[in-house]
Design a protein around this ligand. Sequence first.
Ligand code: AMP
Ligand code: ZN
Ligand code: FE
Ligand code: FE
Length: 273
Amino acid sequence: MLIDLHSHTTASDGALGAAALVELARREGIGVLGVTDHDTVGGLDEAMGAAAGLGIEVLPGVEISSYYGRQEVHLLGYFVDHRFPALLERLAAWRDDRVGRLHRMVERLRRYDIQLDADRIAARAGGSVGRPHVAMALVEGGHVATVEEAFDRFLAEGKPAYVARERVPVAEAIALVRAAAGLPVLAHPGIYGNDGMIPDLVRDGLAGIEVLHREHSDAAVTRYRRLAARYDLVCTGGSDFHGLAGAKSQRLGHPSLPEEDLRALRARHGASP
Ligand code: AMP
Ligand code: ZN
Ligand code: FE
Ligand code: FE
């Protein structure tokens, strides 16, 4: 049985709706699927409903876009109460901020004679709108050949159409996940190149780190296992599957988390105050 604790649906920037994602998980032999959309829990009810009949467990989650200083970091929240009003309210505010940012990105692209319709992009995104939606509009408009090229030329940090979101401090995201009865886990730390943030985040209430991720080398996995042991953090992992054509290769269920890590995650959740 495969265990994949990191995936995205059309509630944020995934290509598959929640029910279709769960159906794919069944075909791929996944027993436990974490659904972790960016700044929204909007896919969870559908995912859990679809899973019920298929013998799959959906582990409710969210991936909050936040900042450690000027460094963007993603904070996963597992087992959050996805009806907790304060959580829903904060996530809605951050999604609104994403819409404002979308308009600013579209504005910047006009300088390159690229006319995109921000309202249409937002409407098609449906939930939590992000750079991948802009990238797809750039591909469809024939301005770039691939999503990857859209990021490389325009949308990646430091590129001309990049606009930062509201800089939500990661400590605030950790506190919100805790308030919603969830376990805060640092997503894909290998991407940030700053392990020094980890002791700081532990002081802020971090419960785990995502040790297994497609962007982590074997050496990174070993390093994060050690750091997790040193700071008494649980280890999570998953594919970060988006299902987008043309995106970097992502396969649901790969990497898969060992069952003993999932057991430790559940135990930590049961023990948390
Ligand atoms: P946003 O949340 O709007 O800042 O968009 C971030 C998302 O864009 C990430 O979660 C990835 O899914 C995607 N992304 C980031 N960088 C790239 C890239 N170079 N190529 C393709 N997708 C990317
Ligand atoms: Zn994404
Ligand atoms: Fe992420
Ligand atoms: Fe993700």
